[in-house]
Design a protein around this ligand. Structure first.
Ligand SMILES: NC(=O)c1ccc[n+]([C@@H]2O[C@H](COP(=O)([O-])OP(=O)(O)OC[C@H]3O[C@@H](n4cnc5c(N)ncnc54)[C@H](OP(=O)(O)O)[C@@H]3O)[C@@H](O)[C@H]2O)c1
Length: 305
């Protein structure tokens, strides 16, 4: 018996969205159609790579196409609306982080997914990095002393609190096994520091610099016995008595692994309350921390652009 390949509609085909479309292609997913803002360069990219595939200008035309999944990689402020519409059309939904910029809207999405029994996945792609897999399997949560993130990303999309910080929060929550009740965010829309203390556990520090180069993303973990693990871009340095041991990983594997996980969970009809809970918590933490920073300093720069 042959089964037809899974199909998806893609909302957003920008610089990141094209990577996501390629990753789904590697998983055998056929595009049923696309929704874009309508730039000429995107239309010509689509006609070159997917000749004949429908390119809709209307969301409801797109959602009436035969597809079981919707992949939302349009700009941040459109995520919640598109994800909700696709869930309502009974599709499994992949939505880029953040799924929404209010806890209310993120919670409503999670509720809709549960009600429809659809799989709602927020793309925290770094959780699927094989270097992170190693950290998770090699380190015990109660051995962690300091968890420190440093991300330099010149010309980062702003505000970095919504564009980049969700990734670090997801990694820290998964690594420490703990969702903080509050975090502190200091800074402005391009550079920030975020920190919190895990109850009876490590301090977590995040620094994001969206201006200065060179580009580098690093996570350092110190354990209680003083050893340091360091994950920089696609390289993991594990401690060893003769000095750190280096291990390099592929840049494209995390996104492919993430797409595979989404497709499998969608096909098997799984939905995960645990996953939704983390995504909602991340939105809630950022929303409340930004509001607290604003009332403390009156700094308008940390609120969404
Ligand atoms: N998970 C990750 O690691 C990761 C990494 C990078 C980015 N992202 C996220 O991915 C998303 C897209 O980023 P990007 O860099 O690809 O952005 P981008 O290059 O600006 O692309 C945005 C895409 O959305 C389309 N679009 C714009 N407004 C729209 C609307 N109202 N309705 C439907 N489509 C619309 C654009 O259409 P046209 O092409 O016609 O203009 C374009 O195809 C962002 O939310 C970003 O935060 C995630």
């Amino acid at each position: 018996m042959t089964t037809s390949p899974p199909t998806a509609v893609f909302i957003g085909v920008g610089s990141w969205g094209r990577n996501v479309i390629r990753a789904f292609g590697r998983c055998g997913v056929q595009p049923a159609g696309f929704l874009v803002a309508g730039s000429g360069s995107t239309r010509s990219w689509l006609s070159q790579h997917f000749p004949g595939a429908p390119v809709a200008s209307d969301l409801y035309d797109l959602l009436s196409l035969p597809a079981s999944m919707a992949v939302v990689t349009s700009p941040r402020d459109t995520h919640a609306t598109y994800a909700a519409a696709a869930l309502t059309a009974n599709m499994h939904v992949w939505v880029e982080k953040p799924p929404a910029t209010t806890a209310f809207a993120a919670g409503a999405l999670a509720g809709l997914a549960a009600e429809r029994r659809r799989y709602l996945h927020t793309a925290f792609t770094y959780l699927f990095h094989p270097a992170f897999d190693q950290l998770i399997t090699q380190l015990r949560q109660d051995d962690l002393a300091v968890v420190r993130f440093d991300w330099r990303r010149p010309n980062a999309p702003t505000p970095v609190a919504w564009e980049l910080l969700p990734h670090e929060l997801a990694l820290a929550i998964r690594l420490t096994g703990w969702i903080p009740s509050d975090v502190v965010i200091e800074g402005d829309s391009t550079c920030l520091r975020c920190h919190w203390q895990v109850d009876g556990g490590p301090t977590v520090e995040v620094e994001i610099d969206g201006c200065t180069g060179p580009k580098e993303k690093r996570l350092q973990v110190q354990t209680r016995d003083g050893t340091t693990w360091s994950w920089t871009d696609n390289t993991l340095y594990r401690p060893h008595r003769n000095g750190p041991v280096r291990q390099d990983f592929s840049r494209t594997d995390p996104l492919w692994k993430e797409a595979q996980c989404f497709v499998t969970n969608g096909i098997e009809g799984r939905w995960s309350a645990h996953e939704s809970r983390m995504a909602v918590a991340i939105v809630d933490l950022i929303e409340r921390a930004l509001a607290a920073t604003k009332s403390r300093t009156g700094a308008p720069g940390v609120t969404p652009d």
